[in-house]
Design a protein around this ligand. Structure first.
Ligand code: 5GP
Length: 210
């Protein structure tokens, strides 16, 4: 039974290449946060640690989890399945831990629509410009031009979902962006004043989508 001592849920979503994973790791060191570890059917990347970065499972196991209704949310992203199992999340929230989710807009929509009795704050992280996003994607492990092109096209579609989030934050500089998110979370928890300008965000999105 949820109570006022429960933890809160914080979702960070972003189009690929906006720097979200680093932000999630920085935030997890603050405010009593636990990162929710997702299940995925995609192959591990170099350096990823099983059961820490993801629970890597095959399609059969993923389907079993769907059929057993173990997922709080799940979605297909870039041809692979990703999902958040319910039990660890609820256990953490009931123990007063805040839970941080690094999930896409489909998962964010599903969790929002569940209307759970826990406070939920959602953030959408955006790059400063399309040029910088292109540079970031090209410099990552994606030396393949086709993949960069595909992610740029995906960006055009993903960015449209900003409207369903509580806050949109621009990742111009990592530490700056981290502090903006941290301050907004603190303000939400303590009912403090928020440093957030919706008009500035609207203008930025107009530029990104023009
Ligand atoms: P990646 O394969 O680069 O780790 O993640 C690809 C995308 O899947 C990212 O946008 C990430 O936020 C999203 N993602 C990771 N885990 C989950 C999950 O459990 N559910 C949903 N809906 N999306 C996820």
């Amino acid at each position: 039974m949820p109570s006022s001592n429960d933890g809160i849920m914080v979702i960070l979503s972003s189009p690929s290449g906006a720097g979200k994973t680093t932000l999630v790791n920085l935030l997890s060191k603050q405010n009593n946060f636990e990162i929710s570890i997702s299940h995925t059917t995609r192959q591990p990347r170099q350096g990823e640690i099983p059961n820490k970065d993801y629970f890597f499972v095959n399609d059969i196991e993923f389907k079993r989890l769907i059929n057993n209704q173990e997922f709080l949310e799940y979605a297909k992203v870039f041809n692979n399945y990703y999902g958040t199992t319910r039990t660890p999340v609820i256990d953490n929230l009931n123990r007063g831990k805040n839970v941080l989710f690094d999930i896409d807009w489909q998962g964010a929509d599903q969790i929002k629509n569940k209307k759970l009795d826990y406070k939920l704050i959602t953030f959408f992280i955006l790059p400063p410009s399309k040029e910088i996003l292109f540079e970031r994607l090209s410099n990552r492990d994606m030396k393949d031009k086709l993949i960069v092109e595909e992610r740029m096209q995906q960006f055009e579609r993903d960015v449209l979902h900003w409207i369903n989030y509580d806050y949109v934050v621009i990742n111009d500089e990592l530490n700056n962006c981290y502090l903006k998110i941290k301050n907004l979370i603190d303000a939400e928890i303590n009912n403090g004043s928020k440093d957030y300008d919706p008009n500035y965000i609207r203008n930025h999105i107009e530029k990104l989508t023009s």
